[in-house]
Design a protein around this ligand. Structure first.
Ligand SMILES: Nc1ncnc2c1ncn2[C@@H]1O[C@H](COP(=O)(O)OP(=O)(O)OP(=O)(O)O)[C@@H](O)[C@H]1O
Ligand SMILES: [Mg+2]
Length: 358
């Protein structure tokens, strides 16, 4: 016996006073637990005494006896709860979406079809570059499995302040380098891996975006976790993202991954804009030969992909040792006056131009 199965049995119980809707649909089943041959069900009733309460409890008990195997021990309890209060509590996150996220002009996901192509590097440097151009910028690290923002900005160990405002819990982002940062990494114990089941991961990362006091921002970038799975679809669906920047490397094999990334935003249910493609590691330039370009992953693969999907190219970022070193040291290259930082400033300019088009 599984919890889901028990829920299905309980769906046979219709509430005659409420248009014959079933009690699961009506949210009257608070919890179901199955341990061995023992089934525990908690039903919840509204504060205003439901005249059909006893009838419902009886029907639920009957439905369970009817469907469960002989010998099942059935423990059915009922509690009374103020449903109005409950509703208000559940709506808190949604209220926040409206209050807070509405003061952000452009919410843009930084995504890719596959891991390790430099999403986080591009997202963090792009955020800093946009701030250097004078925009108000935030970045939410939505990679709940491998958050990289705390290390890349050298803010590990900082803990965002949490506060209650009008009965809602909000977190204050960490401010550094002119950007507001938020990451689940700020809440993890050092060295402790974060292990989440799908729905938990989804909720956790929605909070990292929606329950944050971002204030007024021109750009909120979202560093998406690698891949194009359920988490992504749900994230794009639940966060009022305007569109995405897709990061790729130039190899021909990346084409299929870019296609997945593009489809994630373009599928008919989601239907968001693709601001453009960033070709990362477009060529390699050694420190000691700054004018040389070696196309180790192939030449212009990203440009060809962009043409294939009909999206603009926002920029090409070279593979240079300093980009990795600066990232590891927590001082992203976009902060510097080095020539490598110019590539990110150019990228920021192009993205801002695309975003302000309409
Ligand atoms: N243009 C570049 N030049 C040099 N090193 C780079 C460049 N882009 C990324 N890297 C390095 O490559 C590694 C992977 O980059 P990053 O973590 O940004 O990728 P990601 O796509 O976010 O990965 P994940 O899928 O794990 O989230 C990092 O060590 C980073 O410093
Ligand atoms: Mg990353």
């Amino acid at each position: 016996m599984e919890e889901n199965q028990i829920l299905n049995y309980l769906r046979e119980v219709l509430h005659p006073g409420k248009g014959e809707r079933d009690i699961v649909d009506l949210g009257m089943v608070d919890s179901v637990k199955v341990e061995g041959n023992r089934v525990t069900v908690l039903l919840v009733f509204g504060k205003n005494r439901d005249p059909l309460q006893e009838y419902i409890i009886g029907s639920a008990r009957a439905a369970l006896y009817r469907n469960c195997p002989a010998g099942t021990e059935i423990d059915l309890k009922a509690i009374v709860r103020d449903q109005e209060e409950e509703k208000k509590r559940k709506n808190n996150v949604n209220d926040l979406t409206l209050d807070e996220i509405n003061s952000v002009r452009h919410i843009i996901g930084v995504a890719s079809g596959k891991g390790g192509v430099g999403k986080s590097t591009v997202a963090v440097n792009l955020a800093i570059a946009l701030a250097r151009l004078g925009y108000r910028v935030g970045l939410a690290d939505a990679d709940v499995y491998g958050p990289s923002v705390p290390i890349m900005t050298s803010t590990e160990g900082e803990v965002p302040e949490a506060m209650e405002e009008d009965g809602k819990e909000v977190m204050l982002p960490i401010e550094k380098y002119g950007v507001k940062w938020m990451s689940i990494g700020y809440f993890a114990q050092p060295g402790q891996a974060l292990i989440w089941r799908g729905p938990m991961a989804c909720n956790a990362l929605k909070q990292m975006i929606l329950q944050v006091r971002w204030g007024v921002l021109d750009f909120l970038l979202i560093d998406m976790p690698p891949g194009t799975g359920d988490i992504h679809i749900s994230l794009v669906g639940d966060i009022p993202m305007e569109g995405a920047v897709i990061v790729t490397t130039p190899q021909p094999v990346a084409l299929a991954d870019v296609e997945k990334g593009v489809n994630m935003f373009r599928n008919e249910k989601i239907n968001r804009k693709i601001f453009g493609l960033v070709e990362n590691m477009a060529w390699f330039t050694p420190e000691e030969l700054p004018d040389n370009k070696y196309y180790i992953f192939g030449k212009d693969g990203g440009l060809k992909m962009a043409a294939t999907f009909g999206i603009p190219v926002l920029g090409q970022i070279p593979l240079v040792q300093s980009i990795r070193e600066c990232g590891d040291a927590g001082e992203p290259v976009a902060l510097s006056t080095r020539p490598d930082s110019l590539a990110f400033i150019e990228l920021a300019r192009k993205l801002a131009e695309e975003a302000e088009k309409d």
